[in-house]
Ligand binder design. Structure first.
Ligand code: DGJ
Length: 560
């Protein structure tokens, strides 16, 4: 009897322990999963974590006025779904959010969150607060009508611009309060679901013509000493400052104290640094107030200009690479500085924005065939967190054949694989066109020769562009995605054996796993039979071939 009760006691305790462990485990799991969206850096790679998992944002930004009406948006959601987006970038305007001071209206925000959930999409809200493309047209009427309380920017000749002054504390506080109320509400309605994953704070801020604010408060600030916040940051980070910025500081003797003019000189560069600091400081205060309510990643976006990058040809003082350090100093709570890239040299801008460990998100760019190429390069070559063509609802592609749609569809399925390969030099994206029909790169132990599909002359359906991305899944195996391109493989060691295709399969990707559908051989892998010349060039004549539709293939290689 005694023995029985002892064993009962043991089993009761065991069950209690198990329950206790499992509830602790469940709690730990829950807290992992419910940690709000955040950025996580592992080695050199920064990932966006949503619902506890890394997330690649395949996004599109709607036009500026679309989200001011839930009815207007009705026709847009289905198109975003057809294009296979997983994120929408959606403006929230201050004028509709706080129509009278202290009275907030969350109808639009709630309606957008509801529709995003119904459509299985995440949202990045764009806070169109004090500035949108330099000007202050999105501020509420009670701000517009009270310039005595909310001072405006003034030109050197004293002319008032339709822009709030970044130097005014009253302006800063009003924006910060409105933004904090927005974040508080988002936390209430969305913290457990995590439909809202990031916030863009303001939109393409800066001033035109390379000038600086010459309102009374701005002139006073300009005559004062450069704030310690900036000087301390510069001294602490002197060895890693953006070179062209460090040069301006160097020319003026690396002074550690003095007025703006003494430290950064007079003229366009000095003006830009002054404006960047005050804009960053303002945005930093807004972000601080917002994060105090709900701490999710927050970024700013910059117009990088459509010309040659000369100061004065883009909004000066915005978060462009030249003043990246000034922004980091002025807005330490800021998570990312992001480029809006409408210019041709897309990847050069990615390089510039990757400086100083800045994570990459491209909130505005073009769609189309070039957009598709840029997207795969951003994700595979630059470990981008997200990519978002602007005006997505009017992108002229509304079928499964559209280049952005095809690319997003495949990247969505490939994302688990891409996310594990980031920062490991095990994937590459390449494009060729009628101007440059060949490209050779190395990946793992192989040399990859890419060639524009022969006979591809540009037409409306085919702009003469070929592209591919390859992921090394083991040392002799790759998953390849491509369009209008041929790929040949050889080993890096040219004196060694030749490389042939052991097996190639066409297929699809489902949640990071390749599903073969058709074995490829013969005409589908033979690129050339000219063996006498091929052998001397270290080639087998075998290769992968991709035609008009973006396709997926798996190739296993061998040496002979
Ligand atoms: C850049 C802005 O940030 C967007 O809001 C939009 O106005 C586009 N330009 C239009 O091209």
């Amino acid at each position: 009897m005694k023995i029985k009760s002892l064993s009962n006691l043991i089993s009761i305790n065991l069950v209690a322990c198990l329950l206790c462990f499992s509830s602790l485990y469940a709690q730990q799991k829950l807290s992992q999963v419910t940690q709000s969206p955040h950025l996580k850096k592992t080695g050199k790679v920064t990932r966006l974590i949503v619902n506890g998992k890394p997330f690649l944002s395949l996004a599109g930004e709607v036009h500026n006025s679309s989200t001011s009406s839930l009815e207007y948006m009705e026709a847009i959601w289905p198109k975003l779904v057809r294009m296979n987006l997983n994120t929408i970038l959606a403006p929230v305007s201050w004028e509709l959010h706080e129509p009278s001071e202290g009275k907030f209206d969350f109808t639009l925000v709630d309606g957008l969150i509801k529709k995003a959930r119904e459509n299985k999409m995440k949202i990045i809200f764009l806070w169109f607060g004090s500035w949108k493309n330099m000007v202050s047209t999105y501020v509420p009427a009670w701000v517009k009508n009270d310039p005595a309380r909310f001072p405006l920017y003034a030109s050197q000749t004293g002319k008032k611009f339709q822009m709030l002054s970044a130097i005014s504390k009253e302006n800063t506080n009003a924006d910060a309060k409105a933004f904090a109320a927005l974040m508080k509400h988002i936390k209430q309605v969305d913290a457990s679901e995590q439909t809202v994953i990031m916030m863009q704070v303001q939109n393409e801020v800066g001033t035109s013509g390379g000038q600086r604010d010459s309102s009374k408060i701005a002139l006073d600030a300009y005559k004062n000493k450069v704030p310690e916040k900036l000087m301390t940051y510069l001294q602490k980070n002197k060895s890693t400052l953006i070179p062209e910025f460090a040069q301006v500081w160097a020319i003026n003797g690396y002074k550690t104290t003095g007025t703006w003019q003494e430290i950064f000189g007079e003229g366009a560069a000095g003006n830009e640094i002054f404006m960047a600091y005050y804009l960053a400081n303002f945005v930093g205060e807004v972000i601080k107030a917002g994060k105090a309510e709900y701490d999710i990643p927050m970024f700013v976006n910059a117009s990088v200009g459509r010309q040659d990058g000369k100061i004065g040809t883009y909004p000066s003082g915005g978060p462009v690479p030249f003043v990246m350090d000034v922004w980091r100093a002025g807005a330490p709570q800021l998570d990312m500085l992001c480029p809006d890239i409408y210019v041709a040299n897309f990847t050069e801008w990615l390089e510039r924005y990757k400086q100083s460990g800045n994570p990459l998100y491209i909130p505005e760019t073009r769609a189309g065939e070039l957009g598709a190429v840029n997207a795969i390069k951003a994700f595979c070559n630059y470990d981008a967190i997200g990519f978002s063509p602007f005006g997505i609802e009017s992108v002229v592609e509304d079928s499964a054949n559209g280049p952005m749609t095809q690319t997003y569809t495949i990247i969505k399925q490939l994302a688990p694989m891409i996310l594990t390969k980031e920062g490991k030099k095990q994937m590459i994206a390449v494009s060729v066109d009628t101007g440059k029909t060949h490209e050779t790169v190395s990946l793992g132990k192989y040399l990859l020769d890419f060639e524009l599909r022969r006979g591809r002359q540009p037409t409306n359906n085919n702009p003469g562009l070929g592209y591919a991305l390859l992921i090394e899944t083991n040392p002799n195996e790759f998953i390849a995605v491509g369009k209008n391109i041929n790929i040949q493989f050889s080993t890096l060691n040219k004196q060694g054996q030749l490389t042939g295709i052991l097996a190639a399969d066409q297929g699809t990707i489902k949640q990071g796993v390749f599903i073969p559908s058709r074995r490829l051989n013969g005409d589908e892998i033979m690129d050339s039979y000219d063996f006498s010349n091929l052998v001397d060039a270290g080639k087998s004549g075998n290769g992968l071939k991709f035609v008009e539709r973006l396709g997926v293939q798996r190739v296993k290689l061998y040496q002979y």
